[in-house]
Design a protein around this ligand. Structure first.
Ligand code: 4EH
Length: 230
């Protein structure tokens, strides 16, 4: 199967490229798309650059131009749930955009007409991930991931996102990738390892844990690729 693997930052896909070792690359629309064969699958891999706009563009290209039939996102996130410690893995059950606000017209936070507040990720990919977690003896959390064009480093903003969306983690690309995949009818999966807890010390923790957490997520994603059928 043709599978897209994407991250937002170079650090999020580097562990994957390092594991593959051999790949080709091609520049298109401001990104580099790496191609490789792995475990009998054709992979296209890219990092989008940060935020909802760039990530939606990259995801769309992976589906339209490269014909990916499934998309796996790998990266890091700020933890909201008290259960989530730095380095822990969370897969998104559903994703929302915490910075969408047309409440002036009576709509709920995060709602866009003709869309929905939450976009669900693919059931089969989540089941597969749960099986792998059991086999590998890894704690894999499942929950709501809130996305917005903000690096959240404040307890107030974090609490508001938790209260409003019941979100367990937050980041800056998942929901936009979900929108792109949902629009094209392509199954997707968003996995994030916690790099910080989105409060006062988020920037410091992020710099310390970006690489190690990105590695945790990338390793799991490659395990998923190995276990995906045709
Ligand atoms: O791609 C962006 C990166 C931070 S911005 C979203 N990623 C990391 C997930 C993330 C996150 N998002 C929002 C981890 N912790 C987060 C948080 N809030 N607390 C960035 C980081 N370094 C350099 C440039 N930009």
């Amino acid at each position: 199967m043709k599978i897209a693997i994407m991250g937002a930052m170079r650090e999020e896909i580097e562990p994957i490229l390092n594991t593959l070792g051999e790949y080709t690359s091609e520049e298109y629309a401001g990104n580099v798309f790496y191609r490789a064969e792995y475990a009998g699958h054709e992979l296209v891999i890219a990092y989008s650059k940060i935020g909802k706009v760039f990530s939606a563009i990259t995801a769309s290209i992976m589906l339209e131009r490269y014909g990916a039939k499934a998309l796996l996102f790998s990266g890091v996130a700020g933890g909201i749930s008290k259960d989530l410690k730095i380095g822990d893995l969370i897969m998104a059950s559903a994703l929302c955009q915490h910075d969408v606000d047309i409440t002036a017209f009576g709509h709920p936070d995060g709602f866009i007409p003709e869309s929905s507040v939450m976009i669900q990720s693919d059931d089969d990919l989540r089941s597969l991930a749960s099986e792998i977690a059991v086999d590998m003896g890894i704690d894999l959390y499942e929950g709501i991931i809130a996305t917005g064009d903000q690096f959240v480093a404040s307890s107030e903003r974090k609490s508001w996102i938790e209260k409003t969306f019941h979100a367990d983690a937050l980041e800056m690309e998942g929901a936009s990738v979900a929108c792109a995949c949902h629009s094209f009818g392509v199954p997707f999966f968003v996995l994030r390892a916690i790099s910080d807890t989105a409060d006062g010390s988020a920037d410091i923790d992020f710099d310390v844990f970006l690489q190690s957490s990105a590695q945790v997520s990338a390793k799991f994603i490659l395990e998923m690729v190995k276990r995906l059928g045709d």
